[in-house]
Design a protein around this ligand. Sequence first.
Ligand code: HEC
Ligand code: HEC
Ligand code: HEC
Length: 458
Amino acid sequence: MKPFDASSIARGFATNCLAPALAATLIAFAPGLAFAADSAATAPSSADAATIQRGAYLAQAGDCAACHTAPGGKPFAGGLPMSTPLGHIYTTNITPDPDTGIGGYTLDDFARALREGVAKDGHNLYPAMPYPSYAKVRDDDVAALYAYFMHGVQPIKAANRDSDIKWPMNMRWPLKLWNLVFLKKGVYQDKPGKDAAWNRGAYLVQGLGHCGSCHTPRGIGFNEQALDESGTEFLSGALLDNWFASNLTGEHNTGLGRWSQADLAQFLKTGANQHASAFGAMTSVINNSTQAMNDADVNAIAGYLKSLPPAGGSGGEAYAYDPQATKVSLSRPANDAGARVYAAFCMHCHGVDGRGFAPMFAPLAGNPNVLEKEAASLINVTLNGTGDLVIQGIPAPYPMPPYRDQLNDQQIADVLSFIRAGWNNRAGAVGAGDVAKLRAATQPEAQSAQSAQAGQAQ
Ligand code: HEC
Ligand code: HEC
Ligand code: HEC
């Protein structure tokens, strides 16, 4: 197990879980359509140590632990609450315990759960389990994952908890209809004309990495609007339970257009680089998943993302750093409410020049998250600070502190409006009403170093 931060995931998927989709499909379709199961992979029944180890690596790439481990709980024993508009659902025990876990799963059962979202007893899983992405995982990788979960994970007896969702919305059959409409079956196929590294990156991003489950905007059925680069919405940024999962396309202001492939690899390995730092739901992804990937895979992901054409964003001129006007306001902060708050509360870490001390203290000048039209992440991070980023067992020494108790809604709106206009950032102002809404809907990020459990991959 890698250091683990479940708090952001617990909230991160709040809107994933298709209440409206259930309602929509209930209304839109007649009941009783049979679910057509694909014939799943078959593989050898005995597993060697190398396969188990490869499975452990793939489980990290898929970030299974982030969802299937409750805070303070045993690895993969489930029980993490994930909120939906209708109530909580709980992740399940995927240790090989025969009674309460997946010990009774055959490889075919496991492949069907992972890629089609159907449990062994035939009930459909909510797509909070990212099977629409895992659908792309190839047979040999499914077999390695299976070997790991059967032979490399300690069996834990822990009964699954029923969801809090009330009848009739707890009926699962409408999910079969959702799958018919939105689940794209078929594993990843290498794209001709692209090299092996590009295809590896695409496979990891679209498949196990399930990056789109947070970074791709969702449609009316809460489905991801695109599952690969053929759709312009793919990874173009999405609001996800009070965080904005950034635009990962080549857009030059709010996306990764100004990042090099090496910048991007550094971010995935360490959670920070000269442009930005990880916070919100991304902290858990870095803690549990991307930092554990080998250099070849991290570079493949970075190379693939760098190949995505610009999408979303404001489309305006490319950002150009200009500190002059901001320096002047900060020299006379009495005239500007936002500059006053910045000088008193933020400047010693983020600097007069807005450049912070990267990668330790994030820059705010030209930061894609600052330039983003949707200000939810900025408001959230200022109210609640950042959770622990834990790199190779060591928590980040200076997380961003929470300001919910020191600053009122108007002061936070003022300072963020100042930052979004400062250093030639040219993003829009933030209103006190938006801060008030997020204050009510969120709580401080967990920041105690002790809460991060450092452990070894088993
Ligand atoms: C984003 C959260 C999330 C991630 C990541 C995730 N799961 Fe799940 N998984 C769930 C949830 C939630 C359920 C239960 C859904 C339900 O009850 O409808 C589930 C159910 C399952 C089940 C069905 C078990 C049963 O019998 O109930 C299996 C098997 C499974 N996951 C395996 C995996 C594996 C392997 C990985 C990593 C490759 C993984 N999951 C990653 C959320 C997640
Ligand atoms: C659980 C939701 C979630 C998943 C899954 C996820 N991300 Fe993120 N990601 C976020 C959020 C929220 C942010 C915005 C906060 C930040 O910048 O760290 C973000 C930010 C980022 C950034 C920084 C962009 C910037 O402009 O600052 C990169 C790069 C990134 N994610 C890459 C990835 C990749 C690659 C994957 C898949 C391997 C992935 N993410 C999976 C939620 C997620
Ligand atoms: C003690 C130093 C410190 C102070 C004071 C501070 N910050 Fe931060 N801030 C950080 C660090 C460190 C990060 C990077 C997040 C991380 O890695 O935990 C950050 C990140 C941010 C981000 C997200 C940028 C990104 O990476 O995309 C915003 C926005 C932000 N701070 C705004 C503010 C505002 C507004 C104030 C004043 C009200 C403030 N900060 C005061 C240390 C500080």
